[in-house]
Design a protein around this ligand. Structure first.
Ligand code: ADP
Ligand code: ZN
Length: 295
């Protein structure tokens, strides 16, 4: 049986055909233009396969309130053509299959929890550090939605004294995580592409501090059993030991767990076990859930 998966991103729409266990068989990608142009491309590609359901992991913010008439719509994105677009309803109707939607990071969190770094645990935090910063949280097997859905990327941090851009670049907030530590924030602060920075560039000490502040805040707030850090910026593998060390410093030994020790933390703050495939695997799992819900 085939399941369709859509990773809806601000720059591209990645469509995959896979199975309910999360393995991918076919893939195609389309630039995110207007819905009038892009939605038919998605429907054409996925419609060629006899999919039983569709799972969507999307950029947001999304309306994920099950009681809302706009459930599954994109809400106030800066991409104005997509504002209010009923992504879930349209794709489900046009493809004629049950569909489920969640944020891209919640989908990735679900996949890492089910079949990746969090396998066998009961909670997991997944963060992506790229063009934006977002986080998804699974607690006791449930993806946390709450009031709207978590926006961990917009958590407020304490700017470092040596930071020449202490307010960050988020248009909504001063000194939030995304504004201080996303790829574009690094590039604006230093006037250099993050990809081109060597390991000894001072950008990385600052970056590790900000990501460690987030980890420490999430540890004291929700106590996840594992923290998975993905996204383009985390391709800088040397960030991991720095973030781990700084997280322990910030916690000051207060939270007692064998995982929060110099020996234990290497297995606690980790890269995605599914690599760049956590998003698509999560969307396939959501599709499988949509099918179960209908049956
Ligand atoms: P997106 O968030 O757009 O889906 P990515 O997760 O790849 O995509 O994030 C893109 C951002 O990550 C850009 O700001 C880019 O500069 C940064 N980035 C990508 N690869 C690297 C790398 N190897 N080292 C540092 N920064 C990177
Ligand atoms: Zn913000």
């Amino acid at each position: 049986m085939f399941i369709g998966a859509l990773e809806a991103g601000g720059t591209k729409m990645v469509c995959s055909i896979g199975n309910p266990q999360g393995s991918v068989l076919q893939r195609a990608s389309f630039p995110t233009a207007s819905p009038e142009v892009t939605i038919p491309q998605i429907v054409d590609f996925i419609g060629k396969f006899d999919v039983a359901a569709l799972g969507i992991g999307s950029f947001g913010p999304l309306d994920l309130n099950p009681d809302s008439p706009d459930y599954g719509s994109i809400t106030n994105t800066p991409k104005t053509e997509w504002q209010g677009y009923p992504l879930l309803r349209e794709l489900s109707a046009r493809l004629g299959v049950p569909a489920a939607i969640d944020t891209d990071v919640n989908a990735a969190a679900l996949a890492e929890y089910t079949m990746g770094a969090g396998k066998g645990l009961s909670s997991l935090l997944y963060m992506t550090v790229g063009t934006g910063i977002g986080g998804g949280l699974v607690l006791d097997g449930k993806v946390v939605h709450g009031l709207v859905h978590p926006e961990i990327g917009h958590m407020f941090l304490a700017p470092r004294e040596e930071d020449t851009m202490p307010d960050g670049i988020c248009p909504f907030h001063s000194h939030c995580l995304e504004g201080l530590a996303s790829g574009p924030a690094i590039e604006k602060r230093w006037g250099l592409s993050a990809k081109l920075m060597t390991e000894d560039h001072p950008a990385w000490a600052l970056e590790a501090d900000y990501l460690a502040q987030m980890c420490a805040n999430m540890i004291v707030a929700v106590s996840p059993e594992i923290i998975v850090l993905g996204g383009g910026v985390m391709q800088q593998a040397h960030l991991f030991p720095r973030i781990r060390k700084r997280t322990l410093e910030l916690l000051g030994g207060y939270v007692a767990s064998p995982r929060l020790t110099p020996e234990g933390i290497d297995g606690y703050i980790v890269p995605p076990a599914l690599g760049i495939n956590s998003g698509v695997a999560g969307a396939l799992l959501l599709g499988a859930r949509a099918l179960e819900a209908r049956d």
